[in-house]
Design a protein around this ligand. Structure first.
Ligand code: ZN
Length: 497
């Protein structure tokens, strides 16, 4: 017999504990990845909050969540903590093995985690192929057994939670509109196929000297790396550009007492910018170690979008509305700032280099790469999570991703390339949110909306809502429009000749 649903007081207890648990996890991640601390110690935190990861907690919150959207977010959180608890030892083992693995390449060794960046920085195609073969061989032998065991335990966890499979849990119980989004993905893939074939063909010829039909997966990181644009995006101008962009919107990042910039160089610091929203909104950290190049600029502006969103979130909101909720919202704000870097009007104002339109066109094809890849990933995940046996899905992974990009992925990645909790849907919807909100801002405030104080005031007001509304609700309230993936295709077409 099911236990009675918890009282409001008991639910408040879960809420407060969840708030502290997430804060401690974020702080530990910050300390490790900013290079303050060599090890990432998650177990003691999970042990201190053991009750949050118990099946009974998820079941109790689930019993109360019926029909209550805010509580449904807390329910999802306790379900994911339960599944996370079931697979935590595997995640730790995976991280340990990943950190230890090395690939011997022509007299030198490359750490496993550095293989992708090394491929991106390698001009010789043959060496890139060799590095990629190392990556897949090591992954197949050492990591795939762990990925498979993780997938099987997650399935067990989902069954314990009373659902047949993860698709049922997320679509039917948590109310994610995955079927409709899947249809939009299929439509976008169909409709942008010609655009991708032409645009990618030009880009691959220009960056790696091969047409799209001869391109291989080891060419992709090199094309995305695009060192040819490095001189236009120098490391020493990243922070000043962010600073003045925010100033134009009425924000003085140095005067924000709840925003902390971690700028120091440390040997163990992650080279990629990230945001640690340890207390929302009281303590949000933007971690940066500028290396320059367009990809690094995009990463900094993306993380600055998360930072300003969390820093402006109203402290009066509930834990669900500040820390949980629809991640397409925070990803949408991150994308809005990230895509400024590809915006010719912004480039002319902040960087003033020749050929900003050519750069914007390349940025649009790169965006199309990611959007098509995530459409295929979502379609794959919809099948994978409902499949009887995950190991039968290798071929399907290659087929769906290969069809979308016209470049075959490695079958080795059929489990590693899966985002937990259908996070792919948050990215896909955030791209639509960005495209539609940007159109609105341009209509309302002109093509240089990002330099208008009034636009800044509107953004700050919307950021204060945290993740109380979904991306769909926020867009409808501000613009009256329905969130549609099609808007991303339109935005891309606008920048491509
Ligand atoms: Zn993000």
């Amino acid at each position: 017999m099911a236990p009675p649903p918890p009282s409001e007081r008991e639910l408040d207890g879960v809420r407060q504990r969840a708030d502290r648990f997430i804060a401690e996890l974020d702080e530990e991640h910050y300390l490790h990845y900013a290079g303050h601390k060599a090890t990432l110690e998650l177990t003691p935190i999970y042990e201190r909050y053991a009750e949050l990861g118990r099946l009974e907690t998820a079941q109790a919150v689930g019993a109360a969540a019926d029909g209550d959207v805010r509580l449904r977010e807390l329910w999802r959180f306790t379900c994911e903590t339960y599944i996370g608890e079931l697979t935590r030892d595997l995640a730790e083992r995976e991280a340990r093995i990943e950190a230890e693995l090395e690939a011997p390449i022509g007299g030198r060794t490359v750490p496993f985690r550095m293989l992708r960046p090394t491929i991106a920085n390698e001009p010789d195609r043959g060496v890139r192929q060799e590095l990629e073969a190392m990556r897949t061989d090591l992954g197949e032998e050492h990591l795939n057994p762990i990925h498979l065991e993780t997938a099987l335990r997650m399935r067990q966890g989902v069954t314990d939670l009373g659902a047949q499979h993860a698709l049922e849990l997320y679509r039917d119980r948590f109310g994610m509109g995955l079927d409709r989004l899947g249809e939009e993905c299929r439509a976008l893939l169909d409709e942008t196929e010609g655009l991708w074939e032409q645009g990618a063909d030009r880009l691959f010829r220009a960056r790696v000297g091969v047409p799209l039909d001869e391109a291989e997966r080891w060419d992709i990181p090199r094309v995305l790396r695009a060192p040819v644009w490095d001189p236009q995006f120098p490391a020493d101008r990243m922070l000043p550009a962010l600073d003045s962009t925010l100033r134009d919107l009425g924000i003085d990042i140095h005067a924000q007492r709840n925003v902390h910039l971690d700028l120091e160089q440390r040997p163990l610091k992650s080279p990629r910018a990230f945001c640690a929203p340890i207390e929302v909104p009281e303590r949000v950290i933007l971690v940066i170690q500028p290396i320059g190049g367009p990809d690094d600029w995009r990463a900094l502006f993306h993380e600055a979008g998360h930072t300003e969103h969390f820093a402006h979130t109203s402290p009066d909101l509930s834990v669900e509305e500040r820390r949980l909720g629809d991640n397409a919202v925070t990803e949408g704000w991150a994308m809005l700032l990230q895509h400024l870097v590809d915006e010719p009007a912004w480039i002319s104002r902040r960087l003033d280099f020749a050929r900003p339109r050519e750069f914007a066109e390349e940025g649009a094809i790169v965006l199309l790469f990611f959007v098509r890849r995530y459409c295929a990933k979502l379609l794959y995940e919809l099948e994978l999570h409902a499949a009887e046996d995950p190991t039968s899905m290798r071929g399907r992974y290659v087929e769906l991703l290969g069809d979308a990009l016209k470049i075959e992925p490695s079958p080795t990645d059929y489990l590693a390339d899966v985002d937990p909790g259908f996070y792919a849907s948050a990215y896909l919807r955030s791209w639509a949110f960005e495209a539609q909100l940007r159109s609105f801002l341009r209509e309302e405030f002109g093509n240089t909306w990002f330099a208008r104080r009034e636009a800044g005031s509107l953004l700050q007001e919307l950021w204060s809502l945290g993740q109380r509304p979904t991306a769909e609700e926020l867009l409808r309230d501000v613009t009256g429009a329905t969130l549609e993936l099609e808007a991303v295709a339109e935005r891309i077409r606008e920048s491509v000749r």
